[in-house]
Design a protein around this ligand. Structure first.
Ligand SMILES: Cc1cc2nc3c(=O)[nH]c(=O)nc-3n(C[C@H](O)[C@H](O)[C@H](O)COP(=O)(O)OP(=O)(O)OC[C@H]3O[C@@H](n4cnc5c(N)ncnc54)[C@H](O)[C@@H]3O)c2cc1C
Length: 396
């Protein structure tokens, strides 16, 4: 059985960031990835400025193959039912439009960790001074022994389920689906990611250009009809925005653990097992998850290194170190922070101020209604009380 310092499950961005910290500190690290690398990852690939800085500082300039066309994104355009459209440029200029298949592979290779792809994590036993990790490669069972295990395996994390079997039942699940269309005519600027605050279209509706095609995506609840929701948006784009598309040539979708950062309910692990990235619950408002995956992954790797060097309990170390990232991510969802601070990576307030007062109040009302649409769910109360505590008492 192979014995190493740390096993990381998943070969995505949070894994690359964690692996970089561990390898830099001299810890022998193996990354297990269930798919063959480079692997496809459903994602719009719009990187925030903070995510871009992280990649540059830790892994260097991105290779061309790690970018889609258009290669850069200026920011986000919010569209409202009254047909007011609000474009916000990212702080500091454009950011790369990542091709996740290649950017993630590039980052994980640059981390310096040993990578075992086509190797699925299937379970673990934490024996106190070490963890046995069970995996499967092409149907053949494998076992590893490690001092620590990091679950960086994304929204439907099997590492979480192996330590907390009931966890998936305790959080809200949503689904997202996107279809790729050849374009007949598209007045939506290809320089921006477009997002609709529109109750009639659903709780998450987006569109953007990629490699000569237009992506139209929708979020939906279990039981909703993806095809119908998508057709509704395509018709709306045609009627209201003059977007004319051929019928789709490809589609894809997945389940998302959307919500833990909204309700401040993250999962960081237990014993020798740590959880990071989207698996831990990091997801910024409007579904931007790469920057917090990178930063939480790096903090997770640092926590392992620090705890070992100082001979301190690792879970406590991780929780203390991750607090700043928790605050940053949860603040993005906080209506009070949105109104009175600037928690996002584009200047929402400056963009709004360019409009007449009647439009400003209308847009703010629509955005609050967007967050408020989750009011029907029992998990909204905790975020509001957490927000109030954070704002008025400075703690969470
Ligand atoms: C439609 C869509 C659009 C998005 N658009 C954006 C965007 O524009 N900008 C943005 O910042 N974020 C976006 N996101 C969110 C972003 O993709 C995620 O938040 C981010 O990828 C999370 O990174 P991660 O490292 O935590 O995990 P993931 O990227 O989910 O990676 C997890 C890895 O673990 C592997 N894995 C899973 N289970 C196992 C197992 N049992 N054994 C071994 N390996 C395993 C997976 O194959 C995968 O490689 C989008 C998400 C979706 C669904």
């Amino acid at each position: 059985m192979r014995s190493v310092d740390v096993i990381i499950v998943g070969a995505s961005l949070s894994a690359a960031a964690a692996a970089k910290r561990l390898v830099d500190a001299g810890l022998e690290t193996i990354v297990l990835e269930r798919k063959e690398l480079p692997r496809h990852k459903i994602c719009s690939g719009i990187l925030s400025p903070r995510g871009h800085r992280f990649l540059l500082e830790n892994f260097g300039p991105l290779p061309r193959e790690a970018l889609h066309e258009p290669t850069a994104c200026r920011g986000v355009t919010f569209h409202f039912p009254s047909m007011v459209s609000l474009s916000m440029d990212f702080f500091g200029g454009t950011t790369p439009h990542l091709h996740r298949k290649h950017s993630d592979h590039w980052a994980i290779k640059r981390s310096g960790a040993e990578i075992h792809d086509q190797t699925s994590f299937v379970g673990l036993q934490d024996n106190g001074d070490h963890v046995i990790v069970n995996a499967r490669k092409n149907g053949t069972p494998l076992a590893y022994r490690a001092r620590q295990v990091i679950g960086a395996d994304g929204p439907s994390s099997l590492v979480i389920r192996s330590i907390y079997p009931d966890y998936p039942k305790q959080i809200p699940w949503f689904f997202v689906g996107q279809k790729f269309h050849d374009i007949i005519e598209c007045p939506l600027s290809p320089d921006y990611f477009h997002f609709w605050f529109h109750p009639g279209l659903g709780h998450y509706t987006w569109s953007h250009a990629r490699d000569g095609r237009q992506i139209v995506g929708v979020g939906f609840k279990r039981g909703d009809n993806f095809a119908q929701k998508h057709a509704n948006v395509v018709n709306y784009l045609a009627d209201r925005h003059g977007v004319r598309l051929h019928s789709h040539s490809e589609d894809e979708g997945c389940g998302e653990n959307f919500g833990p950062s909204l309700i401040n309910r993250y999962v960081f692990g237990t014993g020798n097992v740590l959880i990071t990235g989207q698996a831990a619950g990091f997801l910024n408002m409007i579904g931007e998850g790469m920057s917090c995956a990178l930063h939480s992954g790096a903090i997770c790797g640092e926590a392992v290194v620090e705890a070992r060097l100082r001979n301190r309990p690792m879970q406590g170390m991780y929780r203390r170190m991750i607090a700043s990232e928790v605050r940053r991510t949860s603040d993005q969802w906080n209506p009070l922070k949105i109104l009175f601070d600037n928690p996002h990576e584009a200047d929402l307030k400056a963009a709004i101020m360019k409009f007449p007062m009647s439009d400003r109040t209308y847009m703010v009302r629509q955005m609050l209604a967007y967050i408020g649409q989750f009011r029907g769910y029992s998990w909204v109360k905790p975020i509001l009380s957490a927000s109030a505590k954070r704002l008025f008492l400075g703690r969470y």
